[in-house]
Design a protein around this ligand. Sequence first.
Ligand code: PSV
Ligand code: MN
Length: 414
Amino acid sequence: MSPHHAAYAALVDALTAQGVDVNAVRTALKAQKIETPSWGYANSGTRFKAFAWPGAATTTRQKLDDAAMVHRMTGIAPSVAIHIPWDKPEDGDYAAMCQYAEAQGVRIGAVNPNVFQDDPYKLGSLGNPDAAVRAQALDHLLECCEIMYLVESDLLSLWFADGTNFAGQDSLVRRKRRFEDGLRVVYEHLPETGRMLVEYKFFEPAFYSTDIPDWGTAYALCLKLGERAQVLVDLGHHAQGVNIEQIVAVLLDEGRLGGFHFNNRKYADDDLIVGSVNPYELFLIYNELVAAEQGSDPSAADTARHVAYMIDQCHNIEGKLLPMIYSVLNCQEAYAKALLVPRAALAEAQAAGDVLLAHQLLTDAYRVDVRPLLAEVRAEMGVSTDPMAAYRASGYEDRVRAERGMARASGGFQ
Ligand code: PSV
Ligand code: MN
């Protein structure tokens, strides 16, 4: 018996004795999916400096190659989010982009419009006081609805940098209404099965007010738009101390949790590897998702099953693919631990008001070393039991360094 099998057998015995259905846990883990972002493979950094990484992707083809490698290593990252125009094909051939992705073993996921980079957006996009700029932003958002058809994506993932820097700069209410008007038009142009994910962020780049600063504002917008508008939770977009798992629980219960941008932070929107600063928080978030998925409310379970799990990170000093693989594995580990929470015993302790037993049942699941279980699941899925080591040994990094060299810029599909 290999060391991995011995550890796995011991873990199965311990978990079975606690009443865990290990087969069900393995099945759930094999169905887990995490989407990686095309922009996470390119050179990016802080507003002070983006350090170039040798071999980092510049073209969308290279980003898709990298994403496909992450999927080959982990087995659970089969789709790639694109950002337009960063990933816009020069010849407009989105079919070729999809074919290329499929040939590498991945598919295109969420379409992310970009209404924050061009000069006209200095005072905002859909919230801009100038109707001509609002129209320009709307045009781009509608173009992205068309792109959804072309790449067969059912997710339009929206983030707006809109806001103001100074009190009195603009009317906060008028900005809110401009957003309602603009998003209504976008919603009407979504493909029939498409969903709109509305991301919030409390500050940056605007420093006095942000037009969609929090989940409540995003939720209120979604309620007005219709049920295919849902909130996207980016873990780096909250003030310090905000209880993100509670936001997740509430949005799930309201049928309005659409997706995640996973990352981790210590201070602000740091875009660090998810689970690197606070793996316990990641576990608590997954705990709410599993509770909804396995709970008795069919509508919350359905919402949980359709959540889009996406990574949104910026790797400045730690490489590109390896941190992405690590991020996917951290999500896998958090999910595995959440699947071990004894739901019935927890509900009993909660109903009995046994505060500490309830807390202990939850934290005991967090403390389980699930690595042997994950190694087994990976072996059954036909990927390496140790994806980080497998990537290091693959020679991929040396090959792309030799082929691509050192580049700073990142461009569209070539
Ligand atoms: C904004 O900080 C954000 O989280 C949005 O999701 C953007 O699309 C992404 O970062 C990439 O810059
Ligand atoms: Mn984000």
